[in-house]
Design a protein around this ligand. Structure first.
Ligand SMILES: Nc1ncnc2c1ncn2[C@@H]1O[C@H](COP(=O)(O)OP(=O)(O)OP(=O)(O)O)[C@@H](O)[C@H]1O
Length: 135
């Protein structure tokens, strides 16, 4: 596990930085999914500084270490215009947090279900992953 994580060392983000960006996880909640709450915040990461989506693992939601590791492994290895980018992760003080590029239009499934009569969105603006988001 330790040697596995070494491969992704460059994606590490400090818990302190994520706390600063989210008022210690006290505000800026933009959604809740199978992993837990998702927060919005601006942070510095391996690709610069930007607005990001911060997914904080809540174990009572049923997901845990395997899903956390799988997400880091998959999303850091594959890059595609239709895949949401994983910008980093935090594994500190018992916290497991994933940091993604912010998809300003939220999840694609929500968009489609609320606009089911509209034709396709522009291809260049689509975003999809295991979960689908678009910008
Ligand atoms: N990268 C992102 N940019 C903007 N909003 C996001 C992003 N990721 C998640 N969200 C918001 O948080 C909500 C929950 O996201 P999440 O991916 O955890 O949901 P889910 O697909 O239901 O969960 P899961 O697939 O883990 O069961 C989304 O519906 C969306 O509103």
């Amino acid at each position: 596990m330790e040697s596995f994580m070494k491969e992704f060392e460059h994606l590490k983000i400090h818990l302190e930085d994520l706390k600063k960006a989210t008022n210690s996880f006290g505000s800026k909640v933009i959604g809740v999914g199978g992993f837990g709450k998702v927060y919005e915040g601006e942070i510095s990461h391996s690709k610069g500084r930007s607005l990001v989506a911060i997914k904080r693992l809540s174990r009572e939601f049923g997901q845990g270490d395997p899903e956390f590791l799988k997400e880091i492994m998959m999303l850091s290895r594959y890059s595609h215009e239709n895949l949401i980018t994983l910008l980093g992760y935090c594994d500190e003080d018992g916290e497991k947090i994933l940091v993604y590029e912010h998809a300003s239009n939220g999840s694609l499934d929500r968009h489609l279900s609320s606009n089911c009569n509209t034709p396709c969105f522009p291809k260049s603006k689509s975003r999809s992953s295991v979960d689908c988001y678009w910008n």
